[in-house]
Design a protein around this ligand. Sequence first.
Ligand SMILES: O=P(O)(O)OC[C@H]1O[C@H](O)[C@H](O)[C@@H](O)[C@@H]1O
Length: 575
Amino acid sequence: MTYQDTYQKWLDSPALSAGEKAELKAISGDDKEIESRFFAPLEFGTAGLRGTMCVGLHNMNVHVIRHATQAFAEVILAEGPEAVKKGVAVCHDCRNHSREFAEEVCAVMAGNGIPSRIFDALRPTPELSFAIREYGCTAGVNVTASHNPKEYNGYKVYWADGAQLPPHHADAIAKKMGEIDIFDGIKRMDYNEAVKQGLVTIMGAETDEAFLTQVMGQATDKAVVAKVADQFKMVYTPFHGTGYQLIPEALKRLGMKHVLCVPEQMVLDGNFPTVASPNPENPEGFALAVALADKEGADFILGSDPDADRVGLMVRDHTGKFIPLSGNQTGVLLLDYVIGAKKRMGTLPEKATALKTIVTTEMARKVAEVNGVNMFDTFTGFKFMAEKKNALEASGEGKVIFSYEESYGYMMGDYVRDKDAVTAALVATEMAAWYYDRGMTLYDALQELYAKYGDYAEKTLNLVMPGLDGLAKMAKLMADLREKPLTEIAGVAVTRRKDYSTGIEEDLVAGTKSEMELKGSNVLKYKLSDGTDLVVRPSGTEPKVKVYILAQGAGKAECAEKVAKYEAWAETLKG
Ligand SMILES: O=P(O)(O)OC[C@H]1O[C@H](O)[C@H](O)[C@@H](O)[C@@H]1O
C-alpha cells in the first residue's frame, strides 16, 4: 500500500471522528505532509514508540495506541492463561492526551480479556516499573514521551521484571502490528464498562507508599542530612511533570527542611509553558530555578523531567554562579558517593558491580575499579542495563549497586528496572548534604574527583536531521562511515574501530579483528591514539545522529582542546 492509499484508508474509516477527518482533509494537497504521516508505522526505538501527536500512522494518536495495545495484548495472550491473569500495569505522564491514551490501553486490554491496573492520575515512570514487580504483573505500558517537546507522546512497553522490552520482544509486537488491521483488528471494551466489570482496577496512595518505602531504603546517611538541615537549602523543579509529589515527599522524609519548589513549574501542564523543552539536559530550562535559588541563597538545584525518570543538577561553581552538571559528571559523583557511603556503613555487597553504557564516560570505570567495584558496559537504554543486572545477579557473577547513562538516567536498588529520578533525587540530595557538611559544594566535589581519578571531559553533538529526508541522510552518514572506514580523525590516528552492528572490533595497530560480546546495534566507536573515544550512532528517540566525544588527558586544558578539535570534526559530518 502506498502512503497515499493509507491516507485514503484512514480518511474512509468509520473509526475516525469528524474532527480527525477534518484534520486529514486539511492536508489533502500536501503530498510531503501526507508522506511523512503515512509512509510507515512508528518503530520501537530506544524507549518504545515515540512520535508527534496528530492523525497519522507515523504519529501518536488514539488509533496507534489501540493498534500497539492490540498487538501487545496478543503477545500476552500467547503466553497462556496464567500470564493473562497477572495482567498489565498502566501509567502515564502529564502530557496532553496522556490520560486519554492510557485509558485506551486499559480499554483494549479489557477487550482482549486482560485485566489492567492503572494509576488514578499521572505518576513517575519508575513507579510503574516498581508496580509491575510489586503486583506481579505480566507487563506494563507507560504513555509518555519522557523529556521530548510538548508535541510528542509515546508508548513504553514493559515486561514482568519491570524493565522495558528488549528488542526481540519489541519486534514481536511490531510484527503483530503488521498483521493486525489498525481499525478492524481492534478488540475494545468501553473503559467505564471495563472498570465496572472489574477488568480495570485503580492504583493510588497505597502504591505510592510502598514505592516510597523502597526509595527511602536507599538513604545511607540520614544523620548527615539532619546535621545540616537547618542551613542547607535546595531548589527543586519537576518541569510541570510527575515528580511534583513524590520527589518533595522523599526529600522531606530524608530530613530536608528547606526544599524550595519552583512554584510556576509545580503546575502540571502538558504544554510546558515555562520552558522551551522540559529536558534537564537543557540548562535554559533551569532559568526560573536559578532565579529562585539566587534569591533564597540555595546551595544546589535539582530538576526531574516530565515522567521523572531523568534528573539534572545545577551547582554553584567556585565563583558562586550556578552551572549545570552533565549526566556523566552527576553519574561519577553519585557512583563515587554510593560506593563510599556503602563502605562507611559496611553495606557494600560482595562482588559489587556498576553498569554504564558504551557512550558513557570511562571515568566511571576508573571510579569503580579504583574502589574494587566491577564495571560492565551495555548499549543505550535501561532495558539493556536491566537485562545485564538480571543476568549478573542470576549467575552470581555480581551484585549491581548502581547503573547509569550519560543521558541523565540513574538506577539504584532492586525494586525498579528503569531509570529513577525519585531515588536519584534522594541520593543526590544526601550526597550534596554530605559534601556541604565537609564545607564543599558538588562543584568542589567534582574537582576532588578529577584530582583523584584523572581529568576527563565529554561532549555530545546532536546532528539534527528531521523529516523523511533526515532519515535518508542519517542512513547515508552511517553507511559512508562503514564504506570508507576512518583511519584518522582530525589528524589523530584511529587505533581501534568497533562496529556494534556486526560485533567486530578491529585493532588497526596489530592488524587484527576480534568479536565483541556486544553486537546488534547501529553504533560505531573509534579509539584514537590520544586516548579519546568517539562514538557515532543514530538516536533511537529523536531525528538526529549523536556524536559522543569522550576525552581524557593531563589537565583540563588538554581535555578541552581535544573536545573542541573533535567537535569541529563532528560538525563536518552534517554534510
Ligand atoms: O540516544 P537516544 O536513543 O535518543 O536515547 C536517549 C535516551 O532516551 C531515553 O531517555 C531512554 O530512556 C534512555 O535510555 C536513552 O539514553
